[in-house]
Design a protein around this ligand. Structure first.
Ligand code: BG6
Length: 520
């Protein structure tokens, strides 16, 4: 069956709620019938994000009617107790609240569970048999989407077991087989390459969907619409008019019980190598040849190939790391990073990273891209701020007036919108000038709430649309870009950690890259 076979429908299935305003949008295309298999289904991501996303797709009529969901994990559930578990988790985490019987009863009857040891081939044989039964009984037609949401250490094992059990796309040729891989894709360049080699033995690249959930955010997808569905931005989107670009992904939360994972990761691996670099690629890429996944991913790849490598002995000039100490967030005292559970008391892990990168291309020569991400900062805020060059000649304004350069701010979260800063005359007899903003807000602009990223991404993988997933060649380059910092930071202890209090703007040292960081 074709990789891209899809149906177009505005579906109202038994009790499903369909928002008519969304009719005709791309997300209303439903996929072929299929089975979704979640490895790691007893984990946190499944209950908080993945299950609510699948259920929301069902409510919105986007899930194919003939589907099945199979949880595959270590915890001891039966089909029945796993269905109960899912209902409880949906009640807790689904934005639509407790499932209603009219939808839930059919949905639940399509949920199954395999209590599994990932090292045991027999459990993968059980999975194959369950899938074959569902193909016949539930009409899933041999189409399979495997979702790796386990700890990454077992990804290779699962992929190999799928092949040995005849569940790989080369052995199973009735219908399509696809693989979604959660982040992190490796922990450094070498481990990412090793994982890729394992995957390549079993899956071809078009069958692999590497998740970067930032790409599923509506505001992130809108970057390309802003640039390429308008005529006014692209002519000035280059080094002649743009002075610098700042990309921030700041969080006020700490490690939230994930200290064990985070202490081996750090901000560079956890956020910069994937989410923040993907934002940079969308800002910096050339217009793609068409709106297809490959054309867009080709351009993103070219951006990463043009990023100037940072020499190890230049890391100190181009990158800053930080770690939070105790402080105050929203009026409440919070502990320092080294006092978080499962974090080493002398941890050298960075909870803040900032970089200055250059994209050595005709368009961007000489324009610095400042990137930063950190935990326990003053507030949660992700945005891209494009600062334009100063005016060439001052004509208006009183002598004491600062004339700020124009700035375009793409607000990714929690505010979702676009803001343009420009100078205007202050009303009155004098010719004072000051900055004002033209604001667009998604909520009021479209009267719909942006769907959570995972909904879009799971739906796209079911439909066979890889556009919002990362391609291996770009992932590999992204690892290459951060490798000098990883090496230097791992091999040299940071002096002065912790170097920023929780609830602050981050380490003062970040001002060495630019004094003009936007206020959090
Ligand atoms: C994840 C990181 O990929 O992204 C987390 O592992 C981080 O540490 C999260 O908190 C941030 O996502 P969002 O969508 O809340 O910005």
């Amino acid at each position: 069956m074709s990789e891209s076979a899809t149906a177009t429908a505005a579906v109202t299935t038994d009790g499903a709620v369909v928002n008519p305003l969304r009719a005709g949008l791309q997300t209303d295309r439903i996929s072929d019938p299929c089975s979704l298999v979640f490895f790691g289904a007893s984990g946190d991501l499944f209950k908080r994000m993945l299950l609510p996303a699948v259920y929301a797709l069902r409510l919105r009529g986007i899930l194919p009617h003939d589907f099945s969901l199979i949880g595959f994990s270590r915890s001891a559930y039966t089909d029945e107790t796993f269905r109960e578990y899912c209902k409880t988790q949906l009640t807790a985490f689904s934005p639509s609240g407790a499932p209603q019987d009219a939808v839930w009863n059919d949905f639940a009857s399509r949920i199954f569970y395999i209590c599994a040891d990932f090292t045991d081939r027999r459990h993968f044989d059980d999975l194959r048999k369950r899938l074959e039964v569902n193909d016949q009984a539930l009409g899933t037609r041999g189409n399979r989407l495997f979702y790796l949401s386990t700890p990454p250490a077992v990804f290779p094992q699962i992929v190999t077991q799928l092949r040995d059990a005849g569940l790989d796309p080369r052995s199973h040729t009735t219908g399509w087989t696809r693989l979604i891989v959660e982040k992190p894709f490796g922990t450094d360049l070498e481990s990412a390459r090793a994982l890729q080699r394992e995957i390549e033995h079993v899956f071809n690249e078009p069958q692999v969907y590497r998740i970067d959930h930032y790409l599923g955010k509506e505001t992130v997808q809108d970057i390309l619409a802003l640039r390429f569905a308008n005529v006014i931005f692209e002519p000035i989107w280059n080094r002649t008019y743009i002075d610098s670009v700042q990309i921030t992904s700041a969080e006020s939360i700490g490690v939230e019980g994930r200290g064990g994972y985070y202490d081996n990761a750090g901000a560079l691996r956890d956020m910069i190598q994937n989410h923040v670099l993907n934002l940079l690629a969308l800002v910096a890429m050339e217009p793609p040849a068409n709106d297809g996944g490959e054309a867009i991913r080709n351009e993103k790849y070219k951006v990463f190939s043009a990023i100037r490598p940072i020499a190890k002995d230049d890391v100190g000039n181009c990158a800053v790391r930080g770690q939070y100490g105790a402080g105050t967030i929203s009026g409440a005292a919070v502990p320092g990073y080294r006092d978080e559970p499962d974090v080493a008391s002398d941890s050298n892990t960075e909870t803040f990273a900032a970089l200055r990168l250059f994209v050595d291309s005709w368009r961007w020569a000489g324009v610095p891209f400042y990137l930063r991400s950190g935990k326990r900062l003053a507030r949660k805020m992700s945005e891209i701020a494009v600062t334009f060059k100063p005016i060439p000649h001052r004509l208006y304004g009183e002598k004491t007036d600062a004339i700020d350069p124009n700035m375009l701010i793409v607000k990714i979260q929690p505010d979702e919108g676009i803001s343009l800063r420009f100078e205007a005359k202050v009303p009155g007899p004098k010719s004072h000038i000051r900055s004002v903003f033209m604001d667009f807000n998604y909520g009021s602009g479209f009267s719909v709430q942006s769907p959570p990223a995972y909904e879009r991404l799971i739906a796209d993988a079911m439909r066979g649309d890889p556009t919002l997933f990362t391609r291996w060649d770009a992932v590999e380059l992204a690892w290459e870009i951060v490798t000098p910092m990883l090496d230097v930071w791992e091999n040299g202890r940071a002096t002065g950690f912790p170097n920023y209090p929780a609830g602050s703007q981050g380490p003062d040292a970040a001002r060495m890259l630019t004094p003009d960081w936007r206020l959090l």
